[in-house]
Design a protein around this ligand. Structure first.
Ligand SMILES: Nc1ncnc2c1ncn2[C@@H]1O[C@H](COP(=O)(O)OP(=O)(O)OP(=O)(O)O)[C@@H](O)[C@H]1O
Length: 595
């Protein structure tokens, strides 16, 4: 096994020895303030600081401590690459400053400086390595997938610009927790290399990077290309999956030509990791470079995974300047309109649910006939006979409201209904002003009157609907709430639904991948090279992993199998389960209030 962190041998640089261009030294030291140290690497210390009061990170590289050739190359690469790239998932370069020697004597400014400071944006939130190591802290799968996608996007960008990163490792991924959602950013371009596309075939490049993450062909000093980054990416994924240093649990050495044993790796993968994700990691660390997927394929898979496991609000930073505008406008939460909208949306959901016959049957079987009756009437409110019914029920519900005036639930309902009344009367008074003015003037305004009249009617009908539902709902809650507390199935149904959704999504992914691979192999049909094999084998690998996922999910539950063919029923059951759960919560909270 290879020891030591980083290895590097001579690597040709066409402009080696030339001084750095003036434009790269664009930081004026007067504007820069250096704060605490935040980390250290093989080439120097990293400090937090400010530039014009904005947070920055300053990487100070001590010239004297480094072998000149090696150091110049490292520094030139980092500055050259950083200056020319801009990507949301790559740490933004700001500038460079050369600290002068006390007694300068050399011509070359770089060698004449005691240290070189590379200034980049400051990324709060630490690096991925720390996050993986800190096993006391939760690291949700959604976030692991999101960060993987961020890294893949950065790497795809670099590869599209013919840059091989060559030192992809978890320490070089910074976590920006000030953005919403949290974002991964690649940093440290000291080993990055711009490929010369004019040269045919793979170049014999230098050995560099960090052993644990290095592709076998790099360790063995063979020819390599951007697929070496894909191997390192795979090790980063595996490290996120295992939450362990990969080399600690999967030793690899010269006896196996530095291959990572796929079977041994698979054994270590925890059960709660999505197979699609773990298979992606294992594909990336394939020994044969041409069998590894490319970043566009990796991004495709990770995007599907992010839609299955979206990053939820808990990871969002509400302080982030990029977070969604969730802050309500002043007083908006208390406005009668907001309240009526909230009530409307609840009403809408309930009436949607009961429009299905099978849910009605379910509800009936659980003595929920009451709500159905009224909600169906709401659904059919446009028919005259139904609206008559509504009126009858409305008067009943008013009675109920009156009867329950001391009830806390009722207070809530009545106050909300009052808000609608307020909103209605506001509307009425404003519209009546329009009406008074219109009497004296032009014919067009008759139409305005009509519109106002319609609006008033709409508000009135909404009010009636709300009163009907809320009044009866209150009675209902008191009557059957206790029975609902005994129902314990809803979580089970929701869980089954989620499983079913995953199967459907996976089927979709499978379809898309085959389609895209088929179309790309059609495009490549004139060039029957190893690529088409790669495509085919990629489809085969994907199919294999899909097959396994599907088999596992199908076998896991017979009920699920039946439900997949009856997806509609399942959705209805889920909606019912959610209604039951909601009603139980309302009932419980009303009990709390009473106590
Ligand atoms: N822009 C930045 N914002 C915040 N922290 C940073 C920034 N750049 C680097 N750091 C912190 O400083 C540490 C050291 O960074 P650096 O790039 O010098 O070294 P390294 O990648 O850890 O090691 P090596 O250079 O030996 O590969 C990083 O791991 C990170 O925690």
């Amino acid at each position: 096994m290879i020891n030591g962190e980083q290895t590097m041998v001579e690597d040709e640089l066409p402009d080696q020895g030339k001084p750095m261009s003036d434009e790269s030294a664009d930081i004026d030291i007067k504007d820069l303030k250096i704060g605490d140290s935040i980390g250290s690497g093989a080439y120097g210390m990293v400090y937090r600081g400010t530039l014009f009061n904005s947070d920055v990170a300053i990487k100070k590289i001590q010239n004297e401590k480094n072998e000149k050739n090696e150091f110049i190359k490292y520094l030139k690469r980092e500055v050259a690459v950083l200056k020319n790239i801009q990507h949301p998932n790559i740490v933004q370069f700001i500038g460079v400053y050369y600290e002068p020697l006390a007694s300068p004597s050399l011509v070359n400014r770089l060698l004449n400086s005691s240290s070189t400071w590379i200034v980049t944006e400051y990324v709060s939130g630490g690096n991925l390595h720390e996050r993986i190591k800190d096993t006391k802290k939760e690291f949700p799968i959604e976030l692991r997938i999101k960060l993987s996608l961020d890294i893949a996007l950065a790497m795809a960008y670099l590869h599209s610009r013919d840059i091989i990163f060559r030192d992809l490792k978890s320490k070089n991924i910074l976590i920006d927790d000030s953005s919403s959602p949290i974002r991964g950013k690649v940093c440290d371009f000291g080993f990055a290399r711009i490929l010369n596309k004019k040269q045919q075939g793979n170049r014999h490049l230098s050995i560099c990077g960090t052993d644990d993450f290095m592709a076998p062909e790099v360790i063995l000093g063979m020819e390599y290309d951007e697929t070496a980054d894909i191997f390192s990416f795979g090790v980063v994924l595996l490290e996120m999956i295992l939450r362990r240093k990969v080399s600690k649990v999967l030793e690899r050495g010269p006896q196996s030509a530095f291959e990572i044993d796929q079977d041994a790796a698979r054994q270590l993968i925890p059960d709660d990791i999505p197979i699609l994700f773990s298979d992606l990691a294992l594909d990336c660390i394939k020994y044969q470079a041409e069998e590894r997927p490319n970043f566009s394929h990796i991004i495709h898979i990770l995007k599907q995974l992010t839609s299955l496991f979206p990053v939820v609000h808990t990871f969002d930073n509400p302080l982030s300047p990029t977070s969604s505008p969730i802050t309500p406008r002043k007083n908006s939460l208390n406005s009668p309109f907001t309240k009526s909208m909230r009530m409307n949306s609840f009403d809408f959901k309930l009436s949607n649910i009961v429009s299905s016959t099978s849910v009605q049957n379910n509800l009936k079987s659980q003595n929920l006939n009451f709500t159905l009756l009224n909600l169906n009437q709401l659904n059919n409110q446009d028919s005259p006979s139904q609206s008559q019914n509504n009126n009858n029920i409305n008067s009943n519900s008013n009675n109920n409201n009156n009867n329950n005036n001391n009830n806390s639930n009722n207070n809530f309902n009545n106050s909300d209904i009052n808000n609608i009344n307020d909103c209605n009367s506001n509307l009425s008074s404003s519209t009546s002003t329009v009406y008074n003015d219109s009497q004296q003037t032009i014919i067009d305004e008759d139409e305005l009157d009509k519109e106002d009249e319609e609006n008033r009617n709409k508000v009135n009908s909404l009010k009636e609907k709300m009163m009907t539902v809320m009044g009866e709902f209150d009675v209902y809650i008191n009557k059957v709430g206790k029975e609902l507390l005994l129902i314990s199935e809803e979580d089970h149904i929701s869980q089954k639904y989620d499983e079913c959704r995953k199967v459907i999504e996976i089927k979709k992914v499978l379809g898309e991948v085959i389609e895209s691979d088929m179309s790309s192999s059609q495009q490549q049909s004139n060039t029957p090279r190893k690529n088409s094999n790669v495509t085919n084998s990629r489809v085969a690998v994907f199919l294999k992993s899909m097959e396994r996922s599907l088999t596992e999910i199908y076998l896991s539950s017979d009920t699920l199998k039946q439900r997949i063919t009856k997806e509609d029923d399942l959705v209805e059951s889920l909606l019912l389960a959610r209604v039951v759960s909601k009603i139980k919560k309302i009932h419980l909270s009303s009990l709390d209030i009473k106590n």
